[in-house]
Design a protein around this ligand. Structure first.
Ligand code: GLA
Length: 387
């Protein structure tokens, strides 16, 4: 964290010729289980990780704003009085999307200088975009003393994604970034936004991410299509079972009963959703009871569903999961996040990580000619002020 703060401060000083007033952090996230069900009224089990977006910022008088993306050596300048609309530079939209909402609320903002850097690999399914949105929203909330609570900061981040980025995402990523807690996973009820922390002590096992290095560029379009499909499927279930208000009230029997009407695609999508909602409940029980073998089985089952029924995996992440399936030192693995690339999350016997990374790097290179990346992540605290 110190290095990142130093890097952000140095770029800030170099470009703005002043020391930044404040520095903020917001982490990326993993998700143990509960994929693609945050927007289907399920539960999810994410946690913040020790990879961060870091922003150095100073407020100014006047309405001019200047943002420096240190990692790609890019700069964007605008005036707060401009009408804020999405722009071609995607990274800028994370900022404008947040700012537009605060402006709409009529909050007292002034111009600012900002420089940011990140240790979250982009396009790997670790939610670097949510970390940017949440870090920025949190920073503005602090420096202008806006009095916005943490839940609303996460919701502002999510809405920025909807309105300026064009992905109709759920709330998991932003929530995890803001509410992360060291050593704890968050069981989030996406229906009510109630949440509880559960101990993330995997005892003899550790979490290892294997990054396929396939950037999930197909995600945004397919993501929105999945959302439409599950809505259509739910409407069909509701025709027969009006008492089913959301997927939370829906079970496999409901879906089976209207299977013909759903047709193959909608059946697969909704079948995955109801199964996955149950899997998270089972996974929390397994985690609380130190039953890691069971937790691992559930992770594998989630991957099957994501790959075959929800169809958001890809050859590369399927390969990474299949390759560890029969390895007795890997209890579970699955693709993580939105899909179409990114990382797999693996529950691995402690001490075996390096050997596994070596094996998998070789096998992956031989199969796809792509360099595998691996991250041994730690579960960390959420968005915070560094200075
Ligand atoms: C992306 C979205 C989240 C969630 C995951 C899939 O990361 O931003 O809201 O839907 O995909 O679980």
């Amino acid at each position: 964290m110190n290095n990142l703060a130093q890097a952000a401060a140095l770029v800030f000083e170099d470009r703005f010729l002043a020391i930044p007033h404040n520095i903020f952090f917001s982490p990326g996230r993993i998700n143990i289980i509960g994929e693609h069900i945050d927007y289907n009224d399920g539960f999810v089990l994410p946690a913040a990780i020790n990879k961060y977006v870091c922003m150095a910022i100073s407020q100014k008088t006047g309405t001019k704003c200047s943002i420096i993306a240190a990692d790609i050596d890019d700069r964007y300048e605008f005036d707060l009085q401009d009408t804020l609309v999405p722009v071609d530079k995607m990274w800028v939209n994370y900022f404008l999307g947040v700012l537009a909402q605060l402006k709409d609320k009529g909050l007292p903002l002034t111009g600012f200088n900002l420089a940011f850097t990140s240790s979250i690999s982009i396009g790997s399914g670790l939610s670097s975009s949510a970390a940017v949105e949440c870090c920025f929203a949190y920073a503005l909330n602090e420096i202008y003393d806006l009095g916005i609570d943490k839940k609303d900061l996460a919701l502002i981040g999510q809405k920025a994604e909807h309105t300026f980025v064009g992905v109709q995402c759920g709330i998991m990523d932003q929530f995890a970034s803001v509410f992360g807690k060291k050593g704890q996973v968050i069981k989030l009820d996406c229906n009510t936004l109630e949440y509880e922390y559960h101990n993330a002590d995997f005892k003899d096992y550790s979490l290892l991410l294997l990054d396929s290095n396939v950037k999930h560029t197909l995600l945004s379009s397919n993501y929105n299509v999945r959302r439409q499909e599950v809505e259509q499927a739910l409407a069909i279930v509701q025709e027969k079972y009006p008492e089913v208000r959301t997927y939370r009230d829906c079970n496999a029997e409901h879906v089976e009963a209207v299977r013909e009407k759903l047709g193959e695609t909608l059946y697969k999508r909704s079948h995955f959703v109801v199964q996955e909602i149950q899997r998270v409940i089972d996974a929390v029980e397994a985690l609380d009871g130190d039953n890691f073998k069971r937790l691992g089985e559930l992770m594998f089952a989630t991957h099957e569903g994501l790959s075959k029924e929800y169809e958001v995996s890809c050859d590369e992440t399927d390969f990474l999961v299949d390759a560890v399936r029969r390895d007795t030192k890997v209890l579970g693995a699955r693709m993580m996040g939105g899909g179409f690339g990114g990382c797999t999350i693996n529950l691995v016997e402690k001490g075996y990580e390096d050997e596994l990374i070596e094996k998998m790097t070789e096998a992956y290179k031989a199969q796809f000619g792509i360099e595998l990346k691996a991250y041994k992540v730690e579960i960390a605290n959420g968005t915070s002020k560094y200075k």
